[in-house]
Design a protein. Structure first.
Ligand code: BGC
Length: 744
């Protein structure tokens, strides 16, 4: 970094220039001081680099490997695999001279209709953080930066540029921030991209609490914050909030210069923001100086194939319909088998280096199959001739592979879906085909949950999400049994979107969306309120069978523990099982979900093999965000550690005694009688004061009645006089005085 200018070597105009791009895909230009304006571009599941850097056209891009979007990769529950994907993406950035790739996006899937669910990882922040971190580690291991996005609370596309998300501090800390927090603390992404929306009335781009107090001061973020494309409405406010880089440029550097001159931007703030940009360029320079570097296209395609294999979730497999037996006569039905839906639309649209459909893949294997498209991917009414052709193919087959899903126009960045249903004409084809041949295995392609009211007519269902460019080959591997499915749902499947906890507040109105469900998002709601779901979070079948046994939990510190468990493959095929650890709190002072995911381990096993794994639980595993403490808080008590293979399939429940963190809420006249009674310091003082006063008065101050105590519990001390008259006032005065002395 030594031969780089420092911010002190720059003029005011040059500092301002660094805080905005040169064109839609380049950093700010201060060429006079030897600072290159490196390219930064999308992301997130492969490199989308425009052929023309001046252009905002998302469709004209250089070829790059299209890995499975996050909706699939999250189901791998395999951070090491995700890291390999990140490494490959980093190598492609080096070849294409891209200093920062814009991803991963770790916003929570608050509602399955969200238009970017395909780009996001999970409804659960622990899973989102612990899988997406692999992208950051992998890319950055190659000397290229990532941009963790969209910070924060971009959970819908409707009105995304203006909407204000009203979120409680607790839901923010427990649901919407932890994936960002974990990745920042463990992998230091070089950049963070702010979201378009407002949070509680403040644009993320201008939110100093978010960008400076939380991100930098609390979490220790060392990199730069950039805007989402066009997210800034007030550059001065944004810079003061802690935003280093405006993208794309709005040619308003003069505003920054003027504000710096008249003191609206403190000199130290501008220096800090500009220095961050210089540091970013310096970090990227070694990788950006590797002229002529070329990545291995085939090796990356192979990484994409493996990622696709582990993205698939086998939902149902009656009569061992899958894998398809060797020599079986197969009918392949559905346009998706020929025209794969392999990625989502919008800024993440990758121009793949190659593309294998399922039909290509089986042809390559020399497998004969009868193909019928079944339906078209447009909105045209069903053509009866296509149905008939599909039925004929089905009648002549032993097994039908029926490819259903969402056509590309149904989900994209920029808008939310309005229904969970797949097009009705596809269900019509399923009905006709299943009537002709009940041995139907449905292969689904979709970026977010679709309803499955028709699942009774399918013997097997393989949810493949969107599989990236090597999806056809990966599918053939799984369908013919060369690979065993091992994906587990990262998102609960429901059939009726009105069952979603956010349904009443989706997608908001008149510029505001209330996150009224609080922390009860996804399975946290379904499991706590015992709602029926179609397939639960964490669920997924395998061709292998497993025994999860001998789970134990041991305390490792006052508020930490570790779980050890053994997994045995009880079948004669290799496979992988993902052990999930949920923590269930004892009765708490606040409403807590019945359990929450706090650890997992994916265990690959040969037939008959056993392995033990140990999963650590840190103090965050037991904590909730207390709005009264404005901090994390662990209450002491016996927590239940649940070891299972989905949120609804818990195999062992183990108790562990966790110590209280000792945080004490100061009591005062506004504290209720009940809070005094329950407080370890307040209770004895209260007793003492009541005894003293009772002795003096010659009668109990509080009538000896359980009902009266129940009644008083909810009353602040200062209101006791309403019931107890003057004695109430005296209790309040004596108590607060005694407490002040005891805690001084
Ligand atoms: C998207 C970002 C993306 C950016 C640049 C925005 O519209 O929200 O995710 O990185 O465009 O393409």
């Amino acid at each position: 970094m030594s031969d780089y200018p420092s911010v002190n070597d720059l003029t005011l105009e040059e500092k301002a220039a660094l805080t905005s791009g040169t064109n839609p895909w380049s950093l700010g230009n201060v060429a006079a001081k030897g600072l290159p304006n490196y390219t930064i571009t999308d992301g997130p599941h492969g490199l989308r680099k425009a052929r023309n850097t001046e252009s905002m056209d998302v469709e004209e891009n250089v070829p790059a490997t299209c890995f499975p979007p996050a909706a699939g990769m999250a189901c791998s529950w395999n951070p090491e695999l995700v890291e390999r994907v990140g490494e490959a993406m980093g190598e492609e950035c080096i070849q294409e001279q891209v200093a920062v790739i814009l991803g991963p996006g770790v916003n929570i899937k608050r509602n399955p209709l969200g238009g970017r669910c395909f780009e996001y990882w999970s409804e659960d922040p622990y899973l989102a953080g612990h899988t997406a971190v692999g992208i950051v580690k992998g890319v950055q291991s190659k000397g290229v930066g990532t941009s963790l996005k969209h910070f924060a609370a971009n959970n819908q596309e409707t009105d995304r540029l203006r909407i204000s998300a009203t979120i409680s501090p607790r839901a923010m800390r427990e649901i919407y921030l932890p994936a960002f927090e974990y990745i920042v603390k463990t992998a230091q992404p070089w950049t963070v991209m702010c979201s378009y929306n407002k949070i509680n009335g403040v644009f993320s781009s201008q939110n100093r609490w978010l960008l400076t107090d939380v991100l930098r001061c609390e979490w220790g973020f060392k990199g730069i914050v950039m805007s989402d494309w066009g997210a800034i409405s007030d550059r001065v406010a944004a810079l003061n909030a802690g935003l280093n880089l405006e993208m794309p440029p709005s040619n308003t550097d003069n505003q920054i210069v003027a504000a710096a001159k008249d003191g609206r931007i403190p000199a130290t703030q501008l220096d800090e923001m500009a220095q961050g940009m210089i540091d970013l360029v310096a970090k990227a320079r070694p990788a950006m100086s590797r002229d002529g570097y070329q990545y291995d296209v085939d090796a990356h395609n192979e990484v994409a194939r493996q990622a696709a294999v582990e993205s698939m979730v086998l939902l149902k497999n009656e009569d061992a319909t899958l894998p398809v037996a060797k020599g079986a006569k197969i009918a392949v039905i559905g346009e998706f088998a020929r025209t794969p839906r392999y990625q989502g639309a919008g800024s993440s649209l990758i121009n793949p280096t190659k593309l294998t459909s399922f039909l290509d893949a089986i042809e390559e294997r020399g497998v004969a199959a009868d193909f019928a498209p079944g339906f078209t991917l447009d909105d045209a009414a069903q053509d009866p001739a296509l149905t008939e052709q599909a039925v004929t193919a089905a009648q002549q087959a032993d097994v039908v592979l029926l490819f259903l899903g969402l056509p590309a126009a149904y989900e994209s960045e920029g808008f939310d879906r309005t229904t969970l249903d797949i097009p009705a004409k596809q269900v019509e084809v399923l009905d006709a085909v299943a009537a002709a041949n009940p041995n139907v295995a449905v292969v689904l392609s979709n970026g977010s949950v679709v309803s499955l009211p028709w699942q009774g007519r399918a013997k097997a269902i393989l949810e493949t999400w969107l599989l990236g460019q090597a999806g056809g080959a990966a599918l053939a591997d799984v369908i013919f049994g060369d690979e065993t499915p091992s994906g587990k749902l990262a998102q609960t499947i429901i059939d009726d979107v009105n069952d979603d906890p956010s349904a009443m507040n989706w997608p908001g109105e008149e510029g505001r969306v209330d996150y009224g469900e609080g922390v009860f998002v996804g399975y946290r709601y379904y499991d706590t309120f015992r709602k029926q779901v179609t397939y639960p979070f964490g669920y997924g079948l395998s061709y292998a069978t497993f025994d999860v046994h001998d789970a134990t939990v041991a305390k490792t510190g006052p508020r930490t523990a570790e779980v050890t468990v053994t997994v045995t493959n009880t079948s004669d095929v290799a496979g992988a099982e993902t052990v999930q650890v949920y923590v269930a709190p004892p009765k708490a002072k606040v409403a807590r979900p019945v359990h929450e995911l706090k650890g997992f381990a994916k265990v690959a096993l040969e037939p008959g093999e056993s392995k033990s794994v140990t999963i650590a639980l840190d103090d965050r595993a037991f904590a909730y965000w207390s709005e009264r403490f404005d901090d994390w808080h662990v209450e002491g008590g016996t927590y239940t550690v649940e070891v299972g293979v989905s949120s609804r399939d818990i195999i062992s429940r183990l108790g562990v005694e966790i110590d209280d963190d000792g945080k004490i809420m100061n009591l005062d006249e506004w504290s209720t009688f009940g809070e005094w009674l329950d407080d370890p310091i307040g209770a004895p003082i209260l007793q003492h004061v009541l005894d003293d006063m009772g002795r003096e008065a010659g009668r109990p101050i509080i009538p000896d009645s359980a009902l009266m105590v129940m009644f008083l519990r909810s009353m602040p001390l200062r209101s006791l006089s309403v019931i107890l008259g003057e004695a109430g006032e005296q209790v309040a005065a004596n108590l607060t005085e005694a407490y002040r002395k005891a805690t001084a």
